[in-house]
Ligand binder design. Structure first.
Ligand SMILES: *Cc1c(COP(=O)(O)O)cnc(C)c1O
Length: 503
């Protein structure tokens, strides 16, 4: 990965205004070299080698055009004229133009999708891409990108196969379900399930479970788009079994429970557990679906984490269909998994929307080794990155914080005070919203003496401007850097770029 010199501010200013400011030459005639002279200069060779002749030529043309426009504007008066008059005309020598050209080409070839340090304390951070994948999955994805794969081809028979078969057996083993299918994400799983089972019919959902997940996923809206009719029952805080019973009728296609992922209703509440609802759905002969959201495959309590209902418990509790995400607690790639009754899954797979929502080979390549790790639950905290991060002891983070603190303090200087402190991480992505994990990290406060207005905002911006942006959390007049997600292989990079902060 390249260090983005155009952004880190440590190199010479290679912008147009910089050229104007740097020049000592007097304002005068507009003299710019012809573009072919810039391109044929020996100093341009590395740029042509790296970016190609076409792109380099276009960038050079654009640069010269902008410079010309700027100089013309300067001659005609206005702000630019004042700037040029005070700073002198831009340095339009070929070496100076090549430096500007190199900066421009590097900038336009920097991917907008970049690695960052997630020190927010939220392990499964949706905006930062959720689960990080274990090495086994990384290698599998690399292979799948470089080799043809038997994605839909049965090696034993030499006949056409079904891509779901690659992971179905593992999923059945891990969840106890009869059948499974996989789509692009859990929102797609819910949409596809509703569209298949309840098109033009009613779906009974408790008012306490009409969830909105971040990013405009609202159960009522998804229901409408899926062509199903929402039948709300109960009140926000209390829903009784008889509410479901009374709502069930000839036009009911599904009863559905939704995991209240990102909130908890407390106080005077009543919700119906799966175990109570399942017999009622059987009595009415209406299938029962559960959108688990995060949907873990193992009991997290064995790793010292709070309990989260597993997919197996949900199947055993009587759900006919269960939907969950691949990149939340499961710790795999983005995808949505539907497990459940064989006849219902068969219908879902036949829905033409399944073709539109299916996953690609990279997703399946990543998911299979992640699921396979669950066959060794005792080794999971070592092997599954998400679980490794969630179970990291606070003492680990404390040692790390104490090792980094002096270097961070030195880089920030006297304007800020850095301390290492206990804090709380959260799982994120709606898993266990009220449970917090004891963690440790670095807290930065503006020093009492050097009070700059908005010192925290400035600091937060400086950290974001680093080659690998550092993303923390501003709270209580401090910037909090939770070290839970700073893995060993990332720590050196973190320390290396601290020098740039000092600049
Ligand atoms: C996260 C979540 C979804 C959406 O899952 P994606 O994988 O983000 O599409 C749906 N329902 C619930 C309950 C969730 O927690």
């Amino acid at each position: 990965m390249s260090e983005h010199s155009a952004r880190d501010g440590s190199k010479a200013d290679t912008t147009l205004r910089g050229a104007v400011a740097a020049s000592g030459a007097p304002a005068g005639a507009i003299r710019l070299p012809a573009v072919h002279l810039v391109l044929s200069d020996a100093g341009c060779e590395p740029l042509i080698a790296a970016y190609g002749r076409v792109q380099t030529l276009e960038a050079a043309r654009a640069l010269l055009a902008e410079l010309r426009a700027m100089l013309l504007a300067a001659r005609e008066g206005g702000d630019t004229a004042v700037a040029v008059a005070t700073a002198g005309a831009p340095d339009t020598s070929i070496p100076s133009l090549l430096a500007m050209l190199a900066a421009r080409l590097e900038e336009q070839n920097t991917s907008p999708l970049r690695p960052v340090f997630n020190l927010t304390g939220t392990v499964l951070h949706t905006n930062l891409g959720r689960a990080l994948l274990p090495d086994a999955a990384v290698q599998a994805v690399v292979d799948a990108m470089r080799w043809p794969m038997n994605l839909e081809w049965d090696i034993d028979t030499g006949k056409r196969g079904d891509r779901d078969n690659l992971i179905e057996e593992l999923l059945l083993e891990l969840t106890g379900a009869e059948a499974a299918t996989i789509v692009n994400n859990n929102a797609a799983a819910v949409l596809l399930m509703l569209n298949t089972v309840a098109l033009g019919k009613e779906v009974i959902v408790s008012r306490g479970e009409l969830v909105e997940i971040g990013g405009a996923f609202r159960i009522p809206d998804v229901m409408t788009r899926a062509g199903a009719v929402l039948r709300e029952v109960g009140a926000t805080n209390r829903t009784h079994l008889k509410d479901y019973d009374e709502a069930a009728g000839p036009n009911t296609a599904l009863m559905m429970k939704v995991h209240t992922s990102n909130y908890a209703i407390t106080g005077f509440t009543k919700s119906i557990e799966l175990e109570e609802l399942a017999p009622l759905s059987k009595k009415h002969n209406i299938p029962l679906a559960v959108d688990l959201g995060s949907g873990t495959l193992v009991d997290l309590e064995q790793y010292g984490l709070p309990h989260e209902t597993t997919v197996r418990e949900t199947i055993e509790g009587g759900a006919d269909l269960v939907t969950f995400s691949g990149d939340k607690l499961l710790g795999g790639p983005q995808c949505g998994i539907i497990v459940g009754r064989k006849d219902l899954i068969a219908q879902i797979k036949k829905n033409p929307l399944k073709r539109a929502l299916r996953v690609g080979k990279l997703t399946l390549a990543a998911l299979e080794p992640v699921l396979a790790l669950y066959r060794a639950p005792d080794l999971l905290p070592e092997r599954l990155t998400t679980l490794k991060l969630l179970t990291r002891p606070a003492a680990d983070m404390r040692a790390q914080a104490q090792a980094i603190l002096p270097q961070l303090q030195a880089a920030l200087g006297a304007g800020y005070e850095v301390t290492d402190e206990a804090m709380f991480s959260q799982i994120g992505s709606g898993a266990l919203p009220v449970d917090q994990l004891p963690s440790h990290g670095l807290v930065i406060r503006p020093a009492a003496t050097g009070r700059v207005s908005n010192a925290l905002g400035v600091l937060e911006q400086r950290l974001r401007a680093l080659p690998l942006p550092v993303i923390g959390r501003v709270a209580q007049d401090a910037l909090w850097l939770d070290l839970r997600c700073l893995q060993d292989y990332q720590q050196q990079r973190f320390i290396e770029q601290l020098g740039l902060l000092a600049a």
